[in-house]
Design a protein. Sequence first.
Length: 144
Amino acid sequence: MSNTVYVLNGPNLNLLGLREPEIYGSNTLDDVAAMLEDRAQDLDLRVDVRQSNHEGHILDWMHEAFAEDARAIILNAGALTHTSIALYDAIKAITVPVIEVHISDPTTREEFRHISYVGMAAAHTIQGHGVKGYVEALEYIAAL
Ligand code: CA2
């Protein structure tokens, strides 16, 4: 098994820190990548942080993580969380543990965010802890 953790971010997360700071805070995705790289060093892990607005890219990256025998996947699938059975199937199909992360807590927001297909298949979920939830997910993976 490699020591690489894929950190996959779905639709609109390229806007992190630039829009809706009252919900998602003011850190950008580059800031999150820097935080994770920092923590990964201490934990003897490597992070590969990616973002796409296209569901197929996220699916292809999950398959890549499986083919590369990655340590784990941290997945913030954005709104695809609440719609994508394809992501559910991908998580079930691969043996790489998937940790679901949400910056906000979708269960306290609009009802359409209350279902998580990702969460139905993921090994663990961290939500509502802001961007530090990504670092917590990395620590969780290091302890597996
Ligand atoms: O809280 C989260 O991390 C979410 O996954 C974010 C998604 C939302 O659809 C989920 O319900 C919960 C939305 C991503 C939109 O990303 C933006 C980030 C900053 C500013 C604007 C949009």
